[in-house]
Design a protein. Structure first.
Length: 271
């Protein structure tokens, strides 16, 4: 059983909804990311989604696009991201880490070399936005061969057939995009999210995380009432951007914000 599956099984046994923060590796500078990851875990994060900087992040809104630009300006590559995970693992052998990004950097490295290097660094899975299940056979094989999960996105427009198809290849969990659009856009319709999560759960046996549109403790609590995981990204990255000239403050500020989400999620779980 992967570290991701183990963590979700543990959370389910405790009646606890996962909190999954997203940050871009190397933003605003590489030295900030490992302390930030530890601060997020200390604040109650159950898994970490770590963005791999990319020049054309098509699923991401302007907030996370700018984060990629800042990291790329620091020269952060996929190899550097793996090094960040390796450094994080020196003090945290347990918290699952999922890399979120796009296919091009992986293709440059090669599927098998990437999977081997990711496993060696302590990565637990990958969410590769631009790899549909029909075209991901080689990547899926490489990741599975090294015990890594491949997480897929599901959209409000995903048909039942599409959900089943993704369920055939996904592992770890699936990520339901709660709004139509890019990260950081639109507002959350919790009733619509609940209905879609119920449909997804009826079709595939994996935990369902919900992201896009989660901006504060209130929305986090409402999503926790219907999902297995609350995923928050732009709300964190926008705060990181505001603190770009004082990066030493970032772990504390992000940790404090995540702690408010954790309290709200725990209250929703208890209710």
């Amino acid at each position: 059983m992967s570290r991701i599956a183990t963590r979700f099984a543990s959370l389910k046994g405790r009646g606890r909804t996962a909190l999954i923060p997203f940050v871009t590796a190397g933003d605003p500078q590489p030295a900030t990311t490992v302390p930030l990851m530890h601060a997020m875990v200390a604040a109650g994060a159950d898994l970490i989604e770590l963005g791999v900087p990319f020049s054309d992040p098509m699923a991401d809104g302007p907030v996370i696009q700018r984060a990629s630009e800042r990291a790329l300006a620091q020269g952060v590559s996929l190899h550097d991201v793996l090094g960040i995970v390796r450094a994080f693992r020196a003090d945290d052998p347990d918290t699952p880490v999922v890399l979120m990004g796009y296919l091009n950097p992986i293709e440059v490295m090669g599927y098998e070399p990437f999977a081997a290097a990711a496993q060696a660094a302590g990565v637990d899975g990958a969410l590769v936005v631009d790899v549909p299940p029909e075209e991901g056979h080689d990547l899926v094989a490489a990741l599975r061969g090294h015990g890594l999960d491949l997480v897929y996105l599901l959209a409000p427009t995903s048909t039942d057939a599409r959900i089943r198809r993704i369920g055939e290849v996904a592992s770890g969990f699936v990520y339901y995009v709660s709004v139509k659009g890019v990260t950081g856009s639109a507002s959350l319709d919790t009733d619509a999210v609940a209905a879609r999560v119920d449909t997804i759960k009826s079709l595939i046996p994996l935990p369902v995380g919900v992201g896009f549109g989660i901006k504060d403790a209130d929305t986090a609590a409402r999503v926790a009432a219907v999902a297995d995981a609350v995923i928050v990204g732009s709300a964190l990255v926008s705060r990181i951007e505001e603190l770009g000239t004082t990066p030493e403050l970032i772990p504390g500020v992000i940790g404090d914000f995540l702690a408010t989400l954790r309290v709200a999620i725990d209250a929703a779980d208890a209710g």
